[in-house]
Write a protein that binds this ligand. Structure first.
Ligand code: ZN
Length: 214
C-alpha cells in the first residue's frame, strides 16, 4: 500500500510513496504531483501580483493537488498585513479552482481561525507541520481544519501526546524539507497509536482521498 507524503520539498522516486511536492512560482518542473503557492517568507510586494497569475495558471495543471504552502508567520517574513493580503488572494484561488489549501502557520493560529470563520470556505484547509498540543489540535479540528504531522513526531514528546489523543481521521503525514524517510514517520505514529502500519496507511489513504479529491 502507498505511503502518502502530503507536503515535501524533496523529489523522490519510490513507487510506494505518493508525494505532493511543494512548488514556488519560479519552479520549472511540474511533471509529478505538486502544490504551488506563495510562502509568507518569500512575499515581495512588487512581484506578488505577477506570481499569483503563475499560481493561478498552475492550479489548472493536471498534476496540481493543492494551493500552498501559503499562510501567516509572525516570526519571519514581511509585515503581517501584507502576509494576510497575499493569503486571502490564495484563499480566493483555492475556492475558485476547488483546490485545498496547504497552510504554513507560525504563532498565528487565532488569526487563521478567525479568517476561516469569516470566509466559510468550502475547500479543506490543512495546517502543515503541526507540532502543538492536543488542546489546540482539537480546537482546530472543531473548526474543520486538517492537520499534518512531520519529522518532529520522531523527537518531540509533546507531539506524541497529541497523536495519542487525536482522532485518526483528522490528520495526514508529511516530510516537509527534512531528509527523514516518510515510512519512519508512519512507523512512529503507528507505534504511538499501537496499530499496525498498514492500518495507519489505510486510514491516511482515506483521509487523503477526502481532502485531495481530483
Ligand atoms: Zn514546507
Amino acid at each position: 500500500m502507498v505511503f502518502y507524503d502530503v507536503h515535501t520539498h524533496k523529489s523522490l522516486s519510490d513507487e510506494k510513496v505518493l508525494q505532493i511536492e511543494n512548488k514556488f512560482p519560479n519552479s520549472v518542473n511540474f511533471s509529478s504531483p505538486f502544490s504551488i503557492g506563495i510562502h509568507p517568507w518569500f512575499i515581495n510586494k512588487n512581484t506578488y501580483n505577477k506570481e499569483l497569475l503563475i499560481v493561478e495558471d498552475k492550479l489548472q495543471h493536471a498534476n496540481c493537488y493543492a494551493i500552498g504552502e501559503c499562510g501567516l508567520d509572525k516570526l519571519k517574513g514581511v509585515a503581517l498585513e501584507l502576509q494576510k493580503e497575499v493569503f486571502l488572494k490564495q484563499v480566493e484561488l483555492s475556492e475558485k479552482y476547488k483546490k485545498p489549501l496547504i497552510i504554513h502557520c507560525v504563532k498565528a493560529f487565532q488569526e487563521i481561525i478567525a479568517i476561516k470563520k469569516e470566509l466559510q470556505p468550502k475547500q479543506f484547509w490543512m495546517l502543515h507541520g503541526f507540532n502543538k498540543n492536543i488542546h489546540l489540535a482539537k480546537s482546530l479540528i472543531d473548526h474543520n481544519f486538517m492537520l499534518s504531522f512531520g519529522e518532529l513526531v520522531l523527537k518531540n514528546k509533546k507531539i506524541e501526546e497529541t497523536l495519542r489523543q487525536i482522532n485518526l481521521s483528522s490528520f495526514l503525514i508529511e516530510t516537509d524539507d527534512s531528509d527523514v524517510n516518510v515510512k519512519d514517520i508512519y512507523q512512529k505514529i503507528a507505534d504511538i497509536r499501537n496499530v499496525k502500519v498498514v492500518i495507519l496507511q489505510n486510514q491516511i489513504k482515506q483521509n487523503f482521498k477526502r481532502i485531495f479529491t481530483k
